[in-house]
Design a protein around this ligand. Structure first.
Ligand SMILES: [Zn+2]
Length: 445
């Protein structure tokens, strides 16, 4: 290989040497020939007279050719010059356009509508690329409250792959603002094609699917969110439990109690403290005349999450019960979590109905010591009147009640408003799974 190259390089060198020698020989021969054949060149032209020896004329000719070549190159360079000049101008124009674009975006982010609009116009003119300047134009139109113009600009951004995602997002936010859930779901699905693992988009799609009651989509979106790790395994389980509960609720509305039972069981397996699932499952058993598993479900749910609605459902399992047997049954319900205010209040109310004053007082005082809210004080006042007809003592408890904190209820962690029952979506702001048991904030309204 190397040897081959060596031979080739060697032969090239030899060839060049030969050519050089031939050239020198030719020149020498030419010079000798010229010396042997002396003469002059004579030119007569337009009254000019030139007479010169042949070697000098030849040298002059060579010089003239060189000068002409040089002149030619110079002219060609000059002809190309406006192109370079134009390119320079265009570069400056683009630079100024990008400057206007970035300044405009900053102005729009700062909420300066007039400056944003001015710079948007400038960037549009300098860059002449709608896909590029549309975002700023859309932003300034939005600041000016011109939704239609903003929409046109966002649509222009869809033309270019680099800006399509941003354009879709702009259209999506507009759809959400005007409450067009169908359009929003469609745009979110298109945006997900560009960025499949986007947590915000996944969450939005999930919320829209829940709101629309598209349960199979909800399930698919929980799986997707888990696959892209935008939600924790616990959150995925919780969402699955809520989905199963919603499906059970729909089945209950159709009276399909076997389906309610199967879905309710799965929901409770995914989240044992889910009151809504427990109530549905207990109801499904009760509808099939099976009070025993119904009671067991409510007892289990109480031990995880003692919600008053469970006690009401438990008492309703045997509505014909006399007060005393009912008290005995409720003691069984709260056995899994006896030392919480809710358990003491359930037993206190049942004891009051059964006229077991001593037991009622014991549970009410326990409840007050655990959580001094309005209900135990109200029941204590009732007890004083029923047991001893002691109006003064009753008034004293009522005075305390007036100053006590409200009883816990369902409070939305997002909007802070309260709801008497638990719902997947907050009835006030629509936030999903944000209702938590708590004390409502006392606001001066
Ligand atoms: Zn809310």
């Amino acid at each position: 290989m190397n040897r081959k190259r060596l031979y080739r390089d060697g032969s090239v060198f030899v060839l060049r040497l030969l050519a050089y020698a031939a050239l020198v020989a030719l020149l020498v021969t030419g010079a000798v020939w010229l010396a042997d054949h002396p003469g002059t060149v004579m030119v007569e032209w337009l009254g000019w007279h030139l007479e010169t020896p042949v070697p000098l004329a030849l040298a002059g000719l060579i010089l003239l050719t060189g000068a002409l070549l040089f002149l030619w190159r110079l002219l060609a360079g000059l002809v190309r010059l406006p192109g370079h000049w134009r390119d320079g101008l265009r570069g400056r124009r683009l630079r100024r356009g990008y400057q206007a674009l970035s300044d405009g975006l900053a102005a729009a982010a700062g909420g300066d509508r007039r400056e944003a609009t001015r710079l948007a116009g400038k960037a549009r003119k300098l860059l002449a690329d709608p896909a590029l300047t549309s975002f700023l134009s859309a932003q300034s139109a939005q600041l000016a409250g011109d939704a239609d113009t903003a929409r046109d600009h966002f649509k222009a951004m869809l033309e270019r792959p680099e800006t399509a995602a941003l354009g879709l997002r702009g259209l999506l936010k507009q759809a959400l603002e005007r409450g067009d859930d169908t359009a929003a779901a469609d745009l979110a699905a298109r945006a997900r094609l560009i960025s499949p693992g986007d947590g915000w988009l996944l969450d939005l799609q999930y919320r829209l699917a829940v709101k629309a009651g598209h349960w199979s989509d909800v399930q698919a979106l929980i799986t997707e969110a888990r696959r892209h790790k935008t939600i924790s395994p616990q959150e995925a389980r919780r969402r699955t439990a809520l989905l199963l509960t919603a499906r059970a609720e729909a089945a209950a509305a159709d009276g399909a109690w076997d389906e309610v039972r199967s879905l309710g069981k799965k929901a409770m397996a995914a989240d044992k403290g889910l009151t809504a699932a427990a109530l549905l499952l207990a109801r499904a058993y009760q509808e099939r005349q099976r009070p025993r598993p119904a009671a067991a479900v409510l007892e289990q749910a109480w031990s995880h999450n003692p919600a008053p609605a469970l006690a009401a459902a438990y008492a309703a399992l045997k509505p014909e019960d006399e007060p005393l047997p009912r008290l005995r049954r409720l003691e069984k319900l709260v056995a899994g979590k006896p030392n919480v205010p809710e358990s003491h209040l359930v037993l206190a109310e049942a004891a009051l109905s059964a006229k077991l004053w001593g037991q009622a007082r014991k549970h009410l005082l326990e409840a007050v010591s655990l959580r001094p809210s309005q209900t135990p004080y109200r029941l204590l006042a009732q007890l004083e009147r029923q047991e001893y007809k002691n109006e003064d003592a009753a008034r004293a408890w009522e005075a305390k009640r007036a100053e006590a904190q409200p009883d816990p209820t369902w409070v939305c962690a997002d909007c802070g408003k309260t709801s008497p029952d638990w719902h997947w979506a907050c009835p006030h702001c629509g936030a999903l799974d944000r209702l938590v048991s708590g004390t409502p904030k006392l606001t001066a309204e």
